[in-house]
Design a protein around this ligand. Structure first.
Ligand SMILES: Cc1cc2nc3c(=O)[nH]c(=O)nc-3n(C[C@H](O)[C@H](O)[C@H](O)COP(=O)(O)O)c2cc1C
Length: 197
């Protein structure tokens, strides 16, 4: 336990000394889908969930709920929520299901999305990998949506609708950072919308 605490603080100190600023964090963050078997510490889990709860929400209505899952069997079941691009949830140390309540806010999808990316950025700051798994508008089968499957699996009541699942875990390996010199600046329009000449 002492080693884990010391390790946590040493990593924090190294990051502080490296002066990891927000843009460097954004460049470094990539979707991580391969995790080591290592669990997250309770401090790390708390910081990630605090990032969710600190997120801004439309009219300050906090239209979301978060279900944090560490149980291996539940993670495995969650990984089956859609046929493609969710299997890696089974190997995550933790997954957080983010559900929005449309009766609380008609901006619940936006509220949930902001909380999701804030958790991902907090995870990255801790050196923890994460990946967004889209649930809204996705299907478990021809007759059951991914959201219905998860609501049933986790006893999530109506009218809560799952927007996404974020998987977290220690990275099996680092990925190539984003290329700051190769951003899609053509997507930025100054003053009014203009196509590239
Ligand atoms: C709204 C949204 C939905 C996504 N859904 C999935 C998904 O279901 N499965 C997955 O493996 N990755 C998913 N991703 C991750 C994207 O594939 C990834 O962010 C994108 O390819 C850019 O790569 P990067 O995150 O490494 O920069 C999603 C990302 C976003 C923002």
């Amino acid at each position: 336990m002492l080693i884990i605490v010391v390790n946590f603080h040493v990593c924090k100190l190294i990051r502080l000394l490296m002066k990891e600023n927000f843009q460097q964090l954004q460049i470094k963050r990539r979707s991580i889908r391969k995790y080591t078997p290592e669990l997250l510490t309770s401090d790390e889990t708390k910081l990630i969930l605090e990032a969710a709860l600190l997120s801004p929400t439309s009219k300050n209505k906090h239209s979301w709920d978060f279900i944090a899952i560490e149980d291996k069997d539940t993670l495995k079941a969650l990984s089956l929520c859609k046929p493609h691009s969710a299997a890696f949830i089974a190997d995550a140390a933790m997954a957080v299901v983010i559900a929005g309540n449309p009766l609380i806010s008609n901006a619940c999808v936006e509220d949930a999305s902001i909380a999701a990316i804030n958790m991902q950025m907090q995870a990255e700051e801790l050196g923890i990998g994460s990946c967004w798994v889209q649930v809204r508008n996705r299907n478990y089968s021809e007759t059951i949506t991914s959201g219905e499957y998860i609501n049933d699996l986790l006893n999530i009541p109506m009218p809560l609708e799952v927007v996404c699942v974020i998987s977290f875990g220690k990275k099996e390996k680092e990925r190539t950072p984003a290329d700051i010199k190769n951003l899609k600046w053509e997507k930025v329009h100054i003053g009014k919308y203009e196509l590239e000449p």
